[in-house]
Design a protein around this ligand. Structure first.
Ligand code: T4K
Length: 371
């Protein structure tokens, strides 16, 4: 048992028998998709759970990003972070926009507002920051720049489910915020995503966009796509919500134990949970820095040899992928902080079913290598 591989994450699944009644309802009414009863209930339940006014459910986070860009009619250049999962920039390419990479700031590894203005050109229409690892961006500074230059802001909040800052849900910031409910996320519906909207009109436009543009049987108002969440995913989401308090508690415990046990190891720096009233402990990123006897990749390999699959989220940097390398903003010289982070970050396993004994195994390897 103690030799079982440990992955960076493992999805939370409620007891199967709790899901059976939901399936029975779907089997009875034979509504599988296209905005059925579970879809409606789940949207409302999410609004309540997250403390946001409107939620549009979609089939995954990537299509949610693309649909959000479409909803706001974003064009031209969009300022974004080089330090994220590749879907952030891919969404921009799919929508026909040019990502303009701006470096991150060292404390949170989120887009550095101090560097945004220098990257704005007459073609810039929007900013797409990421609340990386669930740490909120400097939303006030980003808002100010967006207001000054009349830019749209779409937050990629794929990591920020249920995160709150001093004023409430972090998802209220920007023109739109996008969530992912992928299997690897804090809150999963197998696959799934959502767009948090400030008003009913925008939500309606997104609802049209995700359903081919249909308003009624014979009216199509926009060239929409099919990005709907199915009833089975929505039903599962409804059930998952009931389990979230326990999931969050366990994640917080694991996070606290890591911080305590890794404290004082030279060259191992735990990224702080910054600017949060309520964190979600989605990831546990550590920076492997000079002073630690092994480099990040050597520690990654050592853990892997012991069956522990930590992950180098986010290496390589997005600008290093072939479809981005040619962009002027992909020049590494302008991205020193992101470049360092991509070379130093290791995300340690964190998920509700991770046992204390497994966590000791993980910390044990890090401590042993330090000795
Ligand atoms: N924006 C940001 C900032 C994102 O991080 C993401 C997704 C998106 C946008 C796009 O949202 P989606 O379109 O995905 O909804 C994973 C996820 O596939 C991806 O959703 C996520 N970010 C990214 C950070 O990580 P991989 O390639 O690391 O996944 P994979 O398959 O290697 O899984 C990691 C570990 O999780 C496995 O070693 C085992 C465990 N696992 C995974 C799956 C899929 C399970 O135990 N069960 C599972 O079903 O990308």
């Amino acid at each position: 048992m103690s030799d079982q591989p440990i992955c960076v994450t493992q999805p939370y699944l409620p007891p199967l028998e709790e899901f059976t009644p939901y399936l029975e309802k779907i089997w009875a009414n034979k509504i599988l998709t296209n905005g059925g009863p579970f879809h409606q209930q789940f949207e409302q339940a999410l609004c309540n759970h997250l403390g946001v006014p409107h939620v549009a459910l979609l089939s995954n986070g990537t299509l949610s990003l693309i649909t959000a860009l479409q909803a706001l009619r974003v064009t031209g250049e969009v300022i974004t972070t080089p330090y994220s999962f590749v879907a952030t920039a891919h969404a921009l390419l799919w929508h026909g926009c040019e990502p303009v990479f701006v470096d991150v700031e060292p404390r949170t590894l989120n887009l550095d507002p101090a560097r945004i203005e220098a990257a704005i050109t007459p073609r810039t229409t929007a900013i797409m920051p990421v609340h990386c690892y669930g740490n909120p961006c400097d939303t006030a500074a980003i808002r100010k720049i967006a207001d000054d230059y009349k830019l749209r802001v779409i937050y990629d909040a794929a990591h920020a489910f249920a995160v709150q800052d001093e004023g409430g849900s972090v998802l209220r910031h920007g023109d739109l915020s996008v969530l992912s409910f992928h299997a690897t996320k804090v809150f999963n519906t197998f696959e799934g995503g959502a767009i948090i909207c400030p008003d009913a009109e925008t939500k309606q436009r997104i609802d049209h966009l995700k359903n081919f543009g249909f308003v009624d049987e014979t009216t199509v108002v926009v060239p929409g796509i099919n990005a709907k969440m199915s009833e089975i995913n929505a039903a599962f989401g409804l059930l998952q919500l009931q389990h979230m308090p326990g999931v969050m508690r366990r994640r917080a415990e694991i996070d606290a134990r890591y911080r305590q046990q890794l404290q004082g190891i030279e060259g191992i720096h735990c990224l702080p949970q910054a600017g949060q009233r309520s964190a979600n402990h989605a990831y546990f990123p550590v920076l492997v820095q000079p002073g630690y006897p092994l480099g990040r990749d050597a520690l990654y390999q050592k853990l892997k040899d012991r069956g522990i699959h930590a992950r180098r989220y986010f290496y390589p940097l997005i600008p290093d992928f072939p479809m981005y390398r040619h962009l002027p903003s992909a020049d590494r010289a302008n991205l020193p902080v992101a470049t360092h982070a991509a070379a130093q970050v290791l995300c340690l396993p964190i998920y509700p079913a991770l046992t204390d004994e497994q966590q000791e195994r993980i910390v044990g390897v890090i401590v042993e290598a330090a000795a």
